[in-house]
Design a protein around this ligand. Structure first.
Ligand code: CAA
Length: 261
């Protein structure tokens, strides 16, 4: 962790079990260069397999969450570099982890920055957040899932408008569209997001991961398949001690004592 160059990492939260990752490349407004994304991917995987962490919060600075992929780095690349190289290889890690990850977006979240937020499970925004998919204005298309996640999270008209124009939009519009669930004053955003992480962290980690898995199925499968998988996951919770403890503690009118087993 001492070797982090583009990220800051802190253990926070009421139970000291929330991982706060801060994108820290201020001179480029947290543009997502290859090295930053490798660092982020490695760190997130480490946290995901460390049981002392329950939830991850990902944020940037007050000026920028992330101003997108690094355009200066990308401008040097050829088609064959993308085909044979590892440039975008580690970019999807965040969408594959088991623990909940919450984006706290202040300032610019453009291109890959918006897509990074779309990969997270929950997005909170500061009042001055600015989102957008400007790739079309620089001769390319969203390459971190934007064209696929937008139609799943908003309607087709919104998805097309966002991706075809490259127009920027603010936090209130992002909330109306459904990208963001809550908006806070800039200076309070990170603390409010940690409070949300704390509320999630109070639940059994094994059950929280099952909830996340089940909700994510809705974006991958038909309703019939999703409902069937939900049944299986619901049944699986009955094989856990935490399910027994949860229901017992309710009957005994006390707080549950989770063992994540
Ligand atoms: N890549 C590389 N460097 C970037 C960058 C990016 N995406 N965004 C900002 N920077 C750099 C600037 O070049 C500048 O560096 P210098 O001082 O060395 O010139 C520094 O960050 C500060 O930026 P600005 O001076 O431009 O700051 P501003 O406040 O005037 O403007 C901004 C802020 C509107 C966010 C503007 O920087 C901007 O439009 N950035 C690019 C946004 C963009 O198009 N992102 C999409 C990238 S493509 C993509 O993400 C592809 C994909 O899906 C995989």
């Amino acid at each position: 962790l001492d070797s982090l160059k583009y990220l800051k990492f802190e253990r926070v939260g009421a139970g000291n079990d929330v991982a706060l990752i801060t994108l820290n490349r201020p001179q480029a407004l947290n543009a997502l260069c290859r090295e930053l994304m490798v660092e982020l991917s490695d760190l997130v995987l480490k946290i995901d397999s460390d049981s002392s962490f329950k939830v991850i919060v990902l944020t940037g600075s007050e000026k920028a969450f992330a101003a997108g992929a690094d355009i200066k780095q990308m401008s040097e690349l050829e088609f064959t570099d993308l085909l044979t190289g590892s440039y975008f290889q580690s970019w999807d890690t965040i969408s594959k982890i088991r623990k909940p990850i919450i984006a706290a977006v202040n300032g610019f979240a453009l291109g890959g920055g918006t897509e990074l937020a779309l990969m997270c499970d929950i997005v909170y925004a500061g009042e001055k957040a600015i989102f957008g998919q400007p790739e079309v204005t620089i001769g390319t298309i969203p390459g971190l899932g934007g064209t696929q996640r937008w139609p799943r999270f908003a309607n087709k008209s919104v998805a097309m408008e966002v991706c075809l124009t490259g127009d920027k939009f603010n936090a209130v519009e992002a909330k109306t569209i459904g990208l963001v669930s809550k908006i806070f004053p800039v200076a309070e955003l990170v603390q409010e997001t940690i409070k949300l992480a704390d509320r999630i962290a109070k639940n059994s980690p094994i059950i929280v991961q099952t909830v996340k898995k089940s909700v994510n199925l809705a974006y991958e499968t038909t309703l019939a398949q999703g409902l069937q998988s939900e049944q299986h996951l619901f049944q699986q919770t009955f094989a856990t001690n935490d399910r027994k403890e949860g229901m017992k503690s309710f009957a005994e009118k006390r707080q549950p004592n989770w063992t994540s087993s």
